[in-house]
Design a protein around this ligand. Structure first.
Ligand code: NAD
Length: 472
C-alpha cells in the first residue's frame, strides 16, 4: 500500500515537473508583467471563489466539521477581503517607489522597482486548508509570479476543491495545483526544479526541512510556522470580556489555529475568577455538551486526536476532558496543575486544551514564556499600562493583541508572520505583494553634467573635494 502511494506521489510530482518547465517559459515570456494581466487574474480568482463558495464550505465541513459561519469568516470571506484589498491597491503597489538621492549623486533619480520573483511554490497545511493555500497565491498573482500550489493531503476534500478551483480558473502553464504526500512529493519537486520562492505554512519541523532543501538552490523562503503562544491576564482585566475573547480565540477550529492562545498565564490572585469566567464562556458558546453543537469543529484525524487527548492525562482537569475517538471529538478543556516538564507545556497543543499557569511578577512571566521562546502570537488582557508595555517590549513574538485574540491576522495593513522557530517573512496586503517581489534598486543619472572630479587621476585637489562631497 505504502509503495503504491509512493508511486502515485512520484507520478504526480513528475507531471507537476513537466508543467514547471512550461511555467518557467510562461514567466520568461513576460506574460505576467502587466497590470492588466494581473488584475484580470485576481478578478478571475475572486469570481471562482464566489462560484465555488458552496463546495469549499462543504469540503471544510467534511474535513474539519467547520460550521458554515466559521468557514466563511475564517476562510472564504477572509480570502474575498484579501483579494478586494489587492485589486484596489494593485496599481499603487506596482508603481516604482521613489527614494531620496544623496547630494553627491545628483542629478539622479532613485527608485525601487518591485519585480516578480518568478515561479513560486506554495505549500499549505490542513488547519485552514483553503485560506492558507489561496491567501499566499493572491500575493503571488499580484506580484506577477507563476505558481504551483500544494494543498495538504490531510484535508483531502479541501485539497480536491482547491485543485478543482485552480485548474478551472487558470491556464496550467501559469498556475496549477499538485496533490500528494508532502514528504514524498515536495523533495522530488525541489530536487528537480529551481523555484524562485517557496512559501511554506506548516510545522516548525517541516519548515526546517524545507529551509535546508531551499538552501541547496539558494531559493528564498517564507516560513509560516507554529509555536506556543501565551495569553497573559492580570487582575486589572475585565474578566468577563477577557474570558470570552480567550475562549473564542482558543476554540476557533477547536484550537487547531496557529495563532490561538496556547496557554494562559494569569495573575495568581485572579486565577479562580478567570477560570470561572472561562467556563461560563464555554457553556454560553457551546452549551453543556459541545459535541452536540453545530459550531464546534473536530480534530483533523486520529493521529492528531491521539496526540491532543494525551495532554489530558497530566494535571487537574478543571472543566471538560471528555473525548470520543470515533467522532474525533475533544471537549473544550481547562487544566491547571501542570508543570513545564509536562508534554502539554513542551509542545504546541493545537487543540482545545487550555493549561492555566500563574504568575506574581513580570519576572515570572518571562521565565515561563522563555521556555518556549519566540512564539507566533502573544496576547495581553488588562488595563495596566506598565504591564502592557512590559509584555510588548520584552516578549519576542510575531504578532499579537491587547485585550483581544486572533484579530491581528484580520487587518491586511498588519504584516503577518513569526520569528525564529515560529517563522520568517511576512505577508497579507502590501506585505504579500512585497513577499513575492524582488525589490530592484535603480539609480538613473542625467548626462548633461559630468564633473571630472569622480574620475582618476586623483590629484590632491580632487581628493580633498571628493572627501568633502562624499560626506555631505
Ligand atoms: P506539516 O508541516 O505537517 O505540513 C504542512 C505541509 O507540508 C503539508 O502540505 C504537507 O504535505 C507538507 N509536508 C509534510 N512533510 C513534508 C516534508 N518532509 N517535506 C516537504 N513538505 C512536507 O503541518 P500541518 O500539520 O499541516 O499543520 C500544522 C502546523 O502548521 C502547526 O504547527 C501550525 O502551527 C502550523 N501553522 C502555521 C501557520 C502560520 O501562519 N504560521 C498557519 C497554520 C498552521
Amino acid at each position: 500500500m505504502a509503495e503504491i502511494e509512493n508511486e502515485i506521489a512520484k507520478s504526480s510530482a513528475r507531471s507537476a515537473l513537466t508543467n514547471l518547465a512550461s511555467k518557467r517559459q510562461f514567466f520568461d515570456n513576460g506574460a505576467t508583467l502587466s497590470y492588466a494581466f494581473r488584475i484580470k487574474q485576481l478578478k478571475m480568482l475572486r469570481d471562482a471563489i464566489k462560484k465555488n463558495e458552496h463546495s469549499l464550505i462543504e469540503a471544510l465541513h467534511v474535513d474539519l466539521r467547520k460550521s458554515p459561519t466559521e468557514a466563511y469568516i475564517s476562510e472564504v470571506g477572509f480570502l474575498l477581503n484579501e483579494i478586494d484589498e489587492a485589486i484596489s491597491h494593485l496599481r499603487e503597489w506596482m508603481k516604482p517607489k521613489k527614494q531620496g538621492t544623496p547630494l553627491f549623486m545628483e542629478p539622479s533619480r532613485s527608485e525601487i522597482r518591485y519585480e516578480p520573483k518568478g515561479v513560486v511554490l506554495i505549500i499549505a497545511p490542513w488547519n485552514y486548508p483553503v485560506q492558507l493555500a489561496i491567501s499566499p497565491l493572491i500575493g503571488a498573482i499580484a506580484a506577477g509570479n507563476c505558481a504551483l500550489v500544494k494543498p495538504s493531503e490531510d484535508a483531502p476534500h479541501c485539497a480536491d476543491a482547491i485543485e478543482k478551483l485552480i485548474e478551472g480558473t487558470f491556464q496550467r502553464d501559469y498556475i496549477s495545483a499538485v496533490q500528494g504526500v508532502g514528504s514524498e512529493i515536495v523533495p522530488e519537486l525541489l530536487d528537480n526544479f529551481t523555484f524562485n520562492h517557496i512559501f511554506f505554512t506548516g510545522s516548525t519541523n517541516v519548515g526546517r526541512i524545507i529551509a535546508k532543501q531551499a538552501a541547496e538552490s539558494l531559493c528564498s523562503t517564507t516560513l509560516e510556522l507554529g509555536g506556543k503562544s501565551p495569553l497573559i491576564v492580570d487582575k486589572s482585566a475585565n474578566m468577563k470580556v477577557a474570558a470570552k475573547r480567550t475562549i473564542w480565540g482558543k476554540l476557533l477550529n477547536a484550537g487547531q489555529t496557529c495563532i490561538s492562545p496556547d496557554y494562559v498565564l494569569v495573575e495568581e490572585s485572579a486565577k479562580e475568577a478567570f477560570i470561572a469566567e472561562l467556563i461560563n464562556a464555554i457553556n454560553s458558546f457551546f452549551g453543556d455538551d459541545p459535541q452536540k453543537s453545530d459550531d464546534y469543529p473536530r480534530m483533523i484525524h486520529d493521529r492528531h486526536f491521539d496526540g491532543v487527548a494525551e495532554y489530558l492525562t497530566k494535571g487537574n482537569i478543571r472543566h471538560g476532558g471528555r473525548t470520543n475517538r470515533e467522532d474525533l471529538y475533544i471537549e473544550p478543556t481547562i487544566i491547571d496543575g501542570v508543570s513545564m516538564e509536562d508534554p502539554v507545556m513542551k509542545n504546541e497543543i493545537f487543540g482545545p486544551v487550555l493549561p492555566i499557569l500563574t504568575f506574581k511578577t513580570n519576572a515570572d512571566i518571562l521565565e515561563v514564556v522563555r521556555q518556549n521562546r519566540y512564539p507566533l502570537a502573544c496576547y495581553y488582557f488588562g488595563s495596566d499600562k506598565d504591564r502592557e508595555r512590559f509584555v510588548l517590549d520584552r516578549i519576542e513574538f510575531g504578532g499579537g493583541a491587547v485585550n483581544n485574540t486572533i484579530m491581528q491576522i484580520a487587518n491586511a495593513d498588519l504584516p503577518f508572520g513569526g520569528i525564529q522557530g515560529s517563522g520568517s517573512g511576512r505577508y497579507h496586503g502590501w506585505h504579500s505583494f512585497e513577499c513575492f517581489s524582488n525589490p530592484k534598486a535603480v539609480i538613473s543619472t542625467a548626462t548633461w553634467i559630468d564633473p571630472s572630479i569622480r574620475y582618476p587621476p586623483f590629484t590632491a585637489f580632487k581628493r580633498k573635494w571628493l572627501k568633502k562631497f562624499i560626506r555631505f
